[in-house]
Design a protein around this ligand. Structure first.
Ligand code: NAG
Ligand code: NAG
Ligand code: NAG
Length: 426
């Protein structure tokens, strides 16, 4: 008799605890059905807010107000993330319009020594005239700031240094009374490399202390319509067949690098592939160039030489990849690139979520490259190894950190213990 009572009770308790466990689990994940939010919704909404508030009007030096507002915002954001911040003012070809790069430094344990392996993330914050520059390059800057925020929010320690730079004066315009940068492209990043980075590296040891640079430019224009992607400049790459088989959809982030940059490019690709939301894709394009591009390389691959990464490629042994939505080769940017219609009306949820996936992939890559020590993170926020977070994200949870399984297990243990006590009391 006692045995039967015991059995029935045991089965009941087992069913009950299972129930509690399941309920408890679902409480920590986003419920399915109508209320389900896209995994990257929270990041996407942060990006939208900053785009709207700071990067959706012309930021050309002829209208200094908006540009100054953007610069102050970048500066203050870096400060609020606990980074060391430096301004680098540099001369341009127009004495009236000096440029300002804003640099945020997140020191690693080896900062300032020859054992450091610095990773750099850069995007330009100015625009050309007569454009709101939302995709070009508001998208790069908001993504960079969001990555910086993600990387610093748990106060984890890391071995190696990460440096974020917002470049000024990326534009090259025909010479006239207000153009500041006309005989060379990307004044801001070339001044950064020659006048800020090189001396910094020299002080720390030598060139070898740099791991690589990741340059973000126009990275939001996701478009999965058939034939939205113009592939004419991408013929000859290995992955072009895959894009053609996918009916030339512009649904991928392009990572452009040389042979020297292969490990940097594949690190970003791997972290991307580990994330959910497969509709947002990535493609690595490896140019047939070893290191510093020769004059011939520059002519043959002119299309891929026209952004900030070029100044890094020009330094012996320095790795750099360039992330882009392919700018004027895709969808609406075929018309809107460097034009008034590169504005907020073009921003869709899909584009923001695509940008948000880029933020997550970069954050994970920077955790890898700076060798974040996840045991050093603030107690209330651990454990958030990038990989753990991905697992949680995959379950449909957003914004929140890993470890929410813990209270469930705690509750189940408590219920089972109580049940056993009751049984033994009998
Ligand atoms: C650096 O730039 C920020 C943002 O524009 C500005 O607020 C700050 O005063 C500048 N600091 C120095 C030392 O120039
Ligand atoms: C995020 O979720 C809110 C609320 O459902 C929705 O209005 C918004 O469009 C979503 N944003 C994105 C980028 O998906
Ligand atoms: C306006 C501006 O500065 N745009 C730059 C953004 O990035 C693209 C791609 O490198 C440049 O060509 C633009 O000049």
């Amino acid at each position: 008799m006692a045995l039967i009572v015991w059995l029935i009770t045991a089965i009941a308790v087992h069913t009950y605890t299972q129930d509690v466990y399941v309920q408890c689990q679902t409480q920590f994940t986003v419920s399915s059905g109508e209320t389900e939010l896209p995994v990257f919704n929270e990041t996407a909404e942060n990006l939208r807010k900053n785009l709207v508030d700071y990067f959706s009007t012309e930021r050309h030096h002829r209208s200094p107000g908006a540009k100054e507002k953007a610069r102050d915002f970048i500066f203050n954001s870096f400060v609020s993330y606990g980074m060391r911040v430096e301004n680098q003012t540099f001369a341009t070809e127009n004495i009236k319009y000096p440029g300002d790069n804003i640099i945020g430094i997140l020191d690693g344990e080896y900062a300032g020594t020859r054992n450091d392996k610095i990773t750099l993330v850069g995007a330009n914050y100015d625009t050309i005239r007569d454009t709101d520059g939302v995709d070009d390059n508001g998208s790069g800057v908001v993504a960079m700031l969001e990555v910086a925020k993600e990387l610093t929010k748990k106060g984890c320690k890391r071995k190696y240094t990460t440096i974020f730079v917002a470049f000024d004066m990326d534009e090259q315009e025909d010479e006239d009374s207000i153009s500041a940068c006309f005989s060379r492209i990307t004044c801001g990043s070339s001044s950064f490399v020659s006048d800020w980075l090189s001396p910094y590296l020299l002080r720390s040891g030598d060139q070898k202390v740099i791991n690589g640079a990741i340059i973000l430019e126009s990275i939001m224009n996701f478009d999965d319509d058939e034939n939205s992607q113009d592939i004419s400049n991408y013929r000859g790459f290995d992955n072009i067949d895959e894009i053609e088989a996918n009916e030339n959809r512009g649904d991928f982030l392009a990572v452009i690098g040389r042979k020297l940059d292969a490990d940097l490019a594949s690190r970003i690709e791997e972290n991307w592939e580990d994330l959910p939301e497969d509709k947002y894709k990535i493609q690595n394009f490896e140019l047939n160039i070893e290191g510093v591009p020769s004059t011939i390389d520059q002519i043959l691959h002119m299309y891929f030489m026209q952004s900030d990464h070029f100044n890094f490629w020009n330094e012996e042994g320095m790795k750099a990849v360039y992330l882009t939505d392919t700018r004027d080769a895709r969808g609406i940017m075929k018309e809107c690139y460097h034009s008034p219609c590169d504005d907020l009306d073009r921003v869709t949820d899909d584009k923001l979520l695509f940008l948000a996936k880029t933020v997550h992939a970069l954050r994970d890559s920077l955790h890898d490259m700076s060798e974040t020590d996840f045991n050093s993170c603030k107690p209330e926020l651990i454990p958030v190894s990038a990989k753990d977070l991905d697992l949680v994200v995959k379950k449909g949870e957003l914004g929140t950190e890993a470890g929410s399984g813990v209270p469930c297990i705690g509750m189940v243990t408590m219920v089972s213990t109580l049940a056993i006590m009751v049984l033994f009391a009998h």
